[in-house]
Write a protein that binds this ligand. Structure first.
Ligand code: ASP
Ligand code: MG
Length: 591
């Protein structure tokens, strides 16, 4: 019999009426011939209330006791949901994380799932029950109760769906699907019928916030089809699957992370390992770096910029100050009034001109771009928080995201999930459910780097740069714009080696026109891309990359980061060596 996992978030079980409504959805699915597992969050804002209570008692409650406390929220709701199903005349059994065999590591308040033994759930289902599983919790090897981090019930749901080989995982929430951007900010945003795992991952961190990111990583890893839909209507919702909605569309969505802070470490000695010590100092504080940009240095020194959530800024600056001292860097600057705007789409990997179109839309509104970082399927820019909403609107409009996407088109890029149908291998993978998975470490030796140096930092600059390149018929791969110094910005791009001459010519002309210094370049670079699942939620992936490159004495020229890929550019002479080093570094995580 097909198995369906249905997850209900806090708002969907906020009161007794809503609990009964959720129960009816499960009963309906069962009567349609499915075995049904419900995964339930704590009622309403109960988890917040519990956290608040703990804080009233202690400033720093022990993490173990915090988990003991927080897990009760879900225990309340599963019991009530089971009672609701009984009252409607059907059979149900509620189970805690421990009872259903969700084993985690011992990192209290942000534990990772190690394994799930599906046996108990299968037995209960076979006996005719609807199984009501407590979301967000598990137990460690010593039977301590653990929780998976805020929003973790999504992860429970997708993990159970993977372990039970469920047909779908339905996520019932207070929105009716995934939108091209947050409809509260842009009312004309459109609900998408389908979105790919990779796009959803990039958008989720970019601020879409519909689902817990780790849950999407899971879904991708085990090829679980996820269906996001409203608890309060029967609207069709959004399917999160392997393929995008429209292979013909370059962009599927845009997102804004409003409260970011940007930090630049100035004048870092441009030698192997320098970047590493900045990143590892920050990683030690368990702060996740977001955009990371290192631009080609001048006079043996480079500037490294990155962004963090604004709330993490004070701790970040303490780490940075220490790194500056240790490295003998010139100093650091920060800006806490910035927002990150991203556009995402699998289609942009194969369609030229997407970056140019985005920059032009921003230029037309007079929005200044402070930093640029790209991956194969995402372009992110940093803008002032003041201009962020207008910037989002301009970009949403420029890509016509409010309109239905073209349906005709080439067949989608091959984007096979990591999961395999081979049962034995799948089980092996389930035993380390949340470990980092590296899918590929690719080496591209066919590119050159060109850096536009000291461009005036004014709105429209990037647009003009990319217009010039587009006019010359040049397809740009990576783009990195670092934060400006003295109102001057550097933009580095990588292009195919055969386009180097023409790119340099365009860059030189632009420099002349603007009165800025001549461009610099490196005729042969190696681009190394590390693709994987869990790249971001496993903090320290970037640090591990830099560490292994530094050990080999390899200097990193450019960095680009995204949810599914970290890219570095090094001198081509070191390409092979770098690839070997990275393969060794991540040997345990390769599939
Ligand atoms: N109740 C937990 C929270 O509020 C887990 C969840 O809702 O997913 O974070
Ligand atoms: Mg929640």
């Amino acid at each position: 019999m097909p198995i369906i996992v249905q997850k209900f978030g806090g708002t969907s079980v906020a009161d007794s009426q809503k609990i009964l409504a959720a129960a009816r959805k499960a009963i309906r699915a069962q009567s349609q011939g499915n075995q049904v597992v419900m995964v339930v969050s704590a009622m309403g804002k109960n988890t917040d209330a519990l956290i608040d209570l703990a804080r009233q008692i202690s400033e720093e409650p022990p993490a173990r006791e915090m988990d003991m406390l927080l897990a009760t929220g879900e225990q309340v709701s599963v019991a009530l949901v089971a009672m609701a199903i009984h009252s409607l005349g059907h059979q149900a059994i509620s189970l805690t994380g421990g009872q259903m065999g969700i084993m985690t590591d011992s990192t209290h308040t942000k534990a990772r799932i190690r394994s799930i033994s599906a046996e108990r759930i299968h037995q209960a289902l076979d006996a005719g029950n609807i199984v009501i599983a407590a979301g967000f919790q598990g137990i460690d090897a010593s039977n301590n109760i653990t929780t998976l981090g805020r929003g973790g019930s999504d992860t429970t749901a997708v993990a159970l769906a993977a372990a039970l080989h469920a047909d779908t995982c339905e996520i019932y929430t207070d929105v009716d699907g995934v939108y091209t951007t947050d409809p509260r900010m842009i009312p004309e945003a459109r609900r998408v019928a389908q979105i790919s795992y990779d796009e959803m991952l990039e958008l989720a961190t970019a601020g879409a916030g519909v689902m817990h990111n780790r849950s999407i990583e899971f879904a991708k890893k085990f090829a679980v089809p996820v269906h996001v839909r409203s608890s309060f209507s029967d609207n069709p919702g959004t399917m999160i699957v392997v393929d995008p909605e429209s292979p013909g569309a370059a962009v599927c969505g845009a997102a804004l992370v409003k409260n970011e802070a940007q930090v630049t470490v100035l004048g870092v000695p441009d030698r192997p390992g320098a970047a590493l010590s900045v990143f590892s100092k920050v990683a030690e504080k368990h702060i996740a770096l977001d955009m990371i940009v290192q631009n080609e240095g001048a006079e043996g020194r480079a500037d490294i910029s990155f962004t963090v959530f604004r709330d993490d800024l004070p701790a970040t600056l303490r780490a940075v100050a220490a790194a500056v001292q240790e490295l003998g860097a010139e100093g650091y600057t920060c800006d806490e009034s910035v927002s990150k705007l991203s556009v995402v789409g699998l289609g942009m990997a194969t369609q030229p001109g997407v970056a140019g179109a985005m920059f032009r839309a921003l230029a037309q509104k007079g929005v200044n771009i402070q930093m640029i970082s790209t991956s194969q399927i995402k372009i992110s820019v940093l803008v002032s928080r003041e201009s962020a909403l207008e910037a989002l609107r301009a970009v949403h409009q420029a890509f016509q995201l409010q309109a239905a996407p073209p349906t005709a088109g080439r067949s989608g890029p091959s984007n096979q999930p990591v999961a395999c149908s081979d049962g034995g291998k799948l089980i092996a993978r389930l035993e380390r459910m949340e470990t980092l998975v590296i899918e590929a470490i690719e080496l591209d030796e066919s590119q050159s780097r060109v850096t536009f140096v000291g461009l005036p930092d004014t709105p429209g600059l990037a647009a003009q740069t990319f217009d010039d390149l587009a006019k010359a018929g040049i397809v740009v791969d990576m783009i990195v714009q670092s934060i400006s110094r003295q109102n001057r910005a550097n933009i580095s791009v990588t292009v195919a080696q055969r386009d180097l001459e023409r790119t340099l010519r365009a860059a030189t002309e632009l420099a002349k026109r603007l009165g800025s210094p001549s461009p610099t370049h490196c005729p042969e670079v190696a681009k190394l891309s590390v693709y994987g699942v869990g790249m971001r939620s496993h903090t320290g992936v970037a640090a591990r990359m830099f560490q292994s490159l530094a050990h080999q004495g390899i200097n990193v020229e450019l960095i680009g980061t995204s949810e599914v890929c970290v890219t570095v550019v090094v001198d081509r002479a070191h390409g092979q060596k770098a690839q070997t080093a990275l393969k060794q570094e991540f040997a345990d995580a390769m599939v």
